[in-house]
Design a protein around this ligand. Structure first.
Ligand SMILES: [Zn+2]
Length: 286
């Protein structure tokens, strides 16, 4: 099976582009869309040879920002360019560093080991949004951003997956023995398209609820999403875990408006900073 797949892939020859890389457009015309998927509306067009700065990614979609607009482009139609081949003015224009909001160091997070579990992956796509967002791509994006911020704050971070790979549930809890906290990140989807909001889950009241409570409060305080409460959840990653654990559902992909919002850089920045603060508050007391 892999022979055919490999020969198809090699004709593209594009490796995953890093965040913060300037790229050049290789298609004659490339659509800039309002979200990371081909069903999102077109908000701008780029032409062959134009250069843009990439500041976030989700699956095969890259988030770009200029002084005039921001949006998503498909990775297959760009190539990475060496930052140092740009003129000084281009380097400033295409440098997106100022956009990332650092959460800052926290004395309570120093030397804490935190496991971040990006829900789903590989053949398990999780939920699919109304505009085609895959939950597995969004959970990985959140976790990678959260990892950067937690490390900036002084914590050690272990990821259950670093890319789009399939994991058995038992692999997800495997490294948790030595962790100070375990967070499993998910996004929701239900039949009722009106439902919105975020919720958090615990399994063992004594072991998990203080962690769940600290993260929940920080999230609902900072993220502009409806508070759907803290609940008991019979999930494997919580049940088969002997360290403080929580599972968070960060919004509904089945609601079109919410899908667009939770895909936004603003939301991703806000929830990841909120989770860092929630963890810091938790460790201040435990
Ligand atoms: Zn999920």
């Amino acid at each position: 099976m892999s022979l055919i797949v490999l020969s198809c892939l090699s004709s593209f020859e594009h490796k995953a582009l890093p965040i913060h890389a300037p790229v050049m457009i290789t298609a004659d015309i490339l659509q800039v869309r309002s979200g990371p998927g081909s069903s999102f509306s077109v908000i701008h067009q780029l032409q062959k040879g134009q250069k843009v700065g990439v500041i976030d990614r989700q699956g095969k979609w890259l988030f770009i920002q200029t002084t005039h607009y921001q949006g998503w482009i498909y990775e297959a139609y760009v190539k990475e360019i060496d930052f140092y081949t740009l003129t000084p003015q281009q380097q400033i224009d295409l440098s997106p560093g100022t956009f990332i909001i650092p959460s800052g160091a926290s004395p309570y997070l120093q030397n804490k080991t935190i496991i971040l579990d990006a829900g789903h992956g590989g053949k398990d796509k999780g939920a699919t949004g109304t505009q085609g967002t895959y939950e597995k791509d969004l959970t990985l994006r959140t976790v990678l951003l959260l990892k950067t911020k937690l490390e900036q704050a002084g914590a050690r971070v272990i990821l259950t997956r670093k890319k789009d790979t399939y994991l058995h549930l038992s692999d997800r809890t495997l490294p948790s023995k030595s962790a100070d906290a375990f967070i499993s990140v998910h996004y929701n989807s239900v039949e009722n398209k009106d439902l919105t909001g975020l919720m958090t889950y615990f399994y063992y009241k004594k072991q998990d609820s203080a962690l769940t409570n600290a993260i929940h409060h920080s999230l609902v305080h900072h993220a502009k999403l409806q508070d759907k409460g803290q609940r008991f959840g019979d999930y494997y990653v919580l049940r088969e875990n002997n360290r403080p654990s929580t599972l968070i559902e960060l919004g509904f992909l089945s609601n079109k408006r919410e899908e667009k919002y939770i895909n936004s850089v603003t939301y991703q920045q806000s929830i990841t900073t909120s989770i860092v603060r929630g963890l810091s508050n938790y460790f201040a007391r435990h």
